[in-house]
Design a protein. Sequence first.
Length: 174
Amino acid sequence: MRPTFPRAHNAGFTLIEILVVLVIIGIVVALAAVRFGMSDQDTVQRESERLALLLESARDEAISLGQPIGFGLQSGGYLFYQQGPESKWAVLDKNEVLRPRELPTPVILENIRVNLVALPGDGYLVFSPSGVNAPFSLVLRAGAYRRVLSADPMGRMSVADPDVPVAQPKQATP
């Protein structure tokens, strides 16, 4: 006769236990995503800094190529153009830095001004190969938050929050 041994209890997890753990992990991930999602203020700040760098890159590219580079709007985004033979503009879609780009969902690009004059909707902001350009400004907006990008004639960009007053230098008293 064979000796009988007590059956060992299978060590492991039941399907219910695994599902409960997965639900808890899903809730934690969802809460983390909501908490760490970017606000409109963060989004417009990040996009304005990115666009300022891209516009400086367009200026540098125009100088290095010896050809004008244009910047223009498209629905929901913006494009960079290169002026080719016979003064025709072609989209720079093969350039990794100056490729067509979409704006993040809440961000709107508006009020482009060149020499204080509004740029027409089908117009281009042009960077000259000489490096000297007309001063310009544009506004990025997301909800109630705005950033103004402006450039001097040498193409140096600045990003400002128009809703924050700039500190005035103190005047020396006589």
